[in-house]
Write a protein that binds this ligand. Structure first.
Ligand code: PLP
Length: 390
């Protein structure tokens, strides 16, 4: 990470830019769900100012009154160039993309293309809780294939689960990199997954929203870049890595063998993203890499900081610094706080982390902490967690 920092010495660490007073003026979910005395290190919003190219793109649109409907393939072209430069993937064909309102609504639409009501959708628990909610809300059936040791895909478990699905239409909603563990799936794991998926007729939909939050050279492999993944579908977005959740826009990408499926996407789905959102995401991907590199260097420092703080103040908590994302998945079972330690941290410590239970099997006794903040906030969060159990 140090070398990345040196490549962009002019870009300051955005995680150190804002004070807590400035952040408390924000009106988004992270800052308005709990009372003022609670320190929020939960939902995946980042405590950063926006990258300058994003601010410029949105400000220019406001100045020009460029607030109509989205047009063209600029977002997809920016993503294709980013994917080529960052991950060495040259196979993203903008003809096989569609803009969608956000990643989760994109996931729903992709699952609708490849499954019907009542069909199973496999997820790798513990996993991002809305996977359960969105799949169930669209009348599909969640089937868990829990992660294996080390938070990695368990290919034997996946094979067993795929085999047991019965051979009808089915999908696997892959989280890559994985939320909450930050696991980056290797090319070998993904290749093995394509073989299983083809063998059992399971369609893979990859949620790759956290992909840019992997260090360059940090091993992120786009699912559709893997031989055998031709029938796969992917969802990508600049929203996590540049903090643009409030500027809705994401991209669905189809492999060559899924182009016909994506072509069936109802046209009105692409009316959902906002034009200003599309402009913001495009600017982030095209011109926001120096800012991203400064962020990634800061996140690396924060992972080391958290590991040190836990060692000192909460040594019973198990934490494996992740390769990607800004999320820390903390195994708190040895603290003896039961299935929901987040409740104890909140009520006794006045610090809000995500409870592990909604992440499904493997979530009990765990919490998720958001590292996309200043070192001071992380230090205070651990102090409060330790005080809650002390
Ligand atoms: C894995 C994953 N998918 C999707 C989302 C939400 O993305 P969107 O707001 O674009 O639906 C998140 C947000 O944290 C996430 O972690």
């Amino acid at each position: 990470m140090t070398s990345i920092h040196q490549e962009n010495p002019v870009e300051p660490n955005p995680l150190r830019a804002l004070t807590l007073d400035q952040l408390r003026r924000r009106t988004s979910m992270k800052w308005r769900t709990y009372p003022q005395d609670v320190l929020p290190v939960w939902v995946a919003e980042m405590d950063v100012p926006l990258a300058a190219p994003v601010v410029r793109a949105v400000t220019d649109a406001m100045t020009l009154g460029d607030t109509g409907y989205p047009a063209g393939t600029g977002y997809a072209e920016a993503l294709a160039a980013f994917a080529a430069g960052r991950w060495g993937w040259h196979g993203l064909d903008t003809a096989r993309t569609a803009i969608v309102p956000d990643v989760m609504l994109g996931v729903v639409e992709m699952l609708r293309l490849v499954t019907g009501p009542g069909d199973p959708v496999v997820v790798n628990s513990p996993v991002y809780p809305p996977f359960y909610q969105f799949i169930e809300h669209m009348d599909r059936r969640v089937v868990e294939a829990p992660l294996g040791p080390g938070g990695r895909l368990d290919l034997d478990v996946l094979a067993d689960v795929f085999r047991g699905l019965g051979g009808g239409p089915a999908a696997h909603l892959l989280c890559s990199p994985h939320n909450p563990t930050g696991t980056v799936h290797t090319a070998g794991e993904l290749t093995a997954l394509t073989r299983l998926a083809e063998r059992y007729g399971v369609r893979v939909v990859a949620d790759e929203i956290h992909a840019p939050l992997t260090a360059p050279g940090g091993g992120f492999v786009p699912y559709l870049s893997v031989p055998g993944a031709e029938r796969g579908l992917s969802l990508m977005s600049a929203s996590k890595a540049w903090n643009l959740a409030g500027l809705k826009a994401a991209l669905a990408v189809a492999g060559p063998g899924a182009a016909a499926d994506l072509a069936r996407l109802p046209e009105e789905v692409s009316h959902g993203p906002s034009h200003v959102g599309v402009l913001a995401h495009t600017a982030a991907l095209s011109d926001g890499t120096a800012w991203l590199d400064a962020l990634l260097a800061g996140l690396d420092e924060n992972r080391r900081l958290l590991a040190g703080l836990l060692d000192r103040h909460l040594p019973a908590v198990r934490y494996r610094p992740a390769e990607a994302t800004y999320l820390a998945w903390l195994d708190c079972r040895a603290l003896g706080l039961g299935d929901d330690p987040a409740e104890v941290f909140l009520t006794r410590g006045r610090v809000a982390v995500n409870p592990g239970l909604p992440f499904g099997t493997g979530g009990a006794g765990h919490v998720r902490l958001n590292l996309a903040t200043s070192p001071e906030v992380i230090t205070e969060a651990v102090r409060r967690m330790a005080a809650a159990v002390g």
